[in-house]
Design a protein around this ligand. Sequence first.
Ligand SMILES: *[C@@H]1O[C@H](CO)[C@@H](O)[C@H](O)[C@H]1NC(C)=O
Ligand SMILES: *[C@@H]1O[C@H](CO)[C@@H](O)[C@H](O)[C@H]1NC(C)=O
Length: 662
Amino acid sequence: MSLHRLLFNPFLFMIILTTTLTLNSLLIVESSSNKKPASGPEINVTKYLSFPNFSTSQDITLLGSAAISTENNCIQIPENNLQYSAGRAIYSSPIRLFDPKTQTAASFTTTFSFQIQNPENDAGPISGGLSFVIVPDELTVGRPGPWLGMMNDACEDEYKVVAVEFDTRMNPEFGDLNDNHVGINLGSIVSTKSINVSDFGVYLNDGKVHRAWIIYDGLMKLFEIYIGPDGILPARAVYSGNLDLSPYLNEYMFVGFSGSTGNNHTEVHTVCSWNFTSVSRASLRVPSTETCESKIIVANGGNNIHVVPSKTPTSFYIFVAVVVLVFIIMINLYLNRKRKDENYSDETASFTKEKHRPAPPNYRARKFNFSEISSATRAFGELQVLGSDTRSVTYKGTLVNGCNVAVKRFYSKFFSSRGSERRRLIKEVKLVGKIRHPNIVPIRGWSFDRQETIVVYNFAPNGSLDKWLLGFGVLPWTRRFKVVKDVAEALSYLHSKELAHKNVKASSVFLDISFRALVGDFGFVLSSMESTRFESLVSQKVDVFEFGVLVLEVVSGRARRSGPGEMDLLDLAWAMHVGGEKGKLVDRRMGPVVNPDQANRALEVGLMCTLNDNKGRPTMEEVVEYLNFEKPVPELPRTRPVSLFPYSSTTGLCSGYSCSFK
Ligand SMILES: *[C@@H]1O[C@H](CO)[C@@H](O)[C@H](O)[C@H]1NC(C)=O
Ligand SMILES: *[C@@H]1O[C@H](CO)[C@@H](O)[C@H](O)[C@H]1NC(C)=O
């Protein structure tokens, strides 16, 4: 019985999760009662939005009857004088407006110019209203009529909203003063504060351009509203008073405008310019000095059972939780063994093995029309380019359903003289399209219309490994080791399906939000290969070789060929190994927080993968075992293997094995 099976039994997993959560929450209670600082220094999170107009505002989400008028580049609610309609125009990204740690609201200042008009100078009754809103989502259109598009259909009590309404209709049922008032609404359509703006000489629906300023100080809890003609901040606030917004805010909220029109009445609300600035206090979350190595090893399905905290337990409860956990594991071990004995078969065993990781998305890869891809990538616009190589250009695209994708378009000239190669590629894309593995970027589909050769992948928002390794900051050791293991798992799985990746390198490995590594950007065909049989023989071995290089890059934190005058990383690694000092390869920027056993194992695996194939290069399956410490690594040769590293920089695909055939 392996620990993975145990851990990834969904039922057991839930129990472990629950127990772990209990344990964690106990820990939190513990630490807060000890008044230990749980986080780093205080910082200010600021956000600044500025829209002089809305002409090219892709950042504004329009909902319901809201539109951006092409005539004057203003937000207009409603479009086409609709009666009894509601609309919202919301800034598309959430903004941090509340600090959960200190329970304080952010401070913000916003100003916008607006106009409320009677359409076509119709003398009929006009009514409705506009509001500046802070809402929990960017997907809801509020209710029309007196609800001002501000409140949605959910139970009011639970819908967090802060709004300032500019209301031109009197709704006595909502406690309105008159048909020319400004209200402050906190979680309710009934205004908490309501101001007769006629007293200030402001007539909201006079068709003139007004400007409003809304200023909130989250620390002093001071709320101010000014309204005046466009341009000058009036001396006197229409409202200035103490209000606590914090009960009505989530940590992240969306800001924008909503408006509505009533039954048999209409009016047009326009917002032509808008600035918004917010500052919220936050505590910087710094990496803790304790490492969670043992937990990571267990979560990866390794065989180390160091679940018990190695530090002295901080409370009796943790001890109890651990005992319960161990007890559950043992019961499950027993039950599982029984089940296994009862109906053992190879098929079920391998099936559960595949299921033991987080479930990948279950949509099917499909054919795309060329026009669909063209519109998703804005006709392969230059601004959409994510990267390119000798054979293809990759674009970022957005499908009609809003999903972001990476679109890899092969140059048609690449295949023009090689019809058979394109057919092979098409076959392979469809095969790989069926693969779903938690460490493989899923292929969403393809398009082979009009001699185009296009593969569509899921878009990886966190970018590729090379950026993390050689670009921003320093990737810590636990993450690096996990990346190496994730990539090994992915390649081992592909090879078990008699497929190969053929383009293993740091820029083909992507990291998701939880730093899980996913292998994408398949090579599909090796351009240097003439026959299919030869290719399938060679390509898995090439994958192993390139994986070895990748491991050395990850451990050392440098690219294989970093610059003129610098030694090739492979030469360097072998030279250091021969000199008995390969430990010096480990990226020093990581400091002392490196697990030496793991680092040594990774280096050994990296070197072994770059051996000549007939001199002991392992399979990916073996590599996974070595990295999980399930098997000892065989002794590496003490001398540097000869003629190891011919490498064609033009194809980028020829490696130790394939080149040695030439
Ligand atoms: C954050 O902003 C407040 C008020 O604007 C200021 O008093 C404080 O010093 C700032 N804190 C930091 C860490 O910049
Ligand atoms: C609002 O103010 C105007 C002008 O000062 C006044 O005539 C009107 O009576 C006020 N309305 C209410 C409901 O107080």
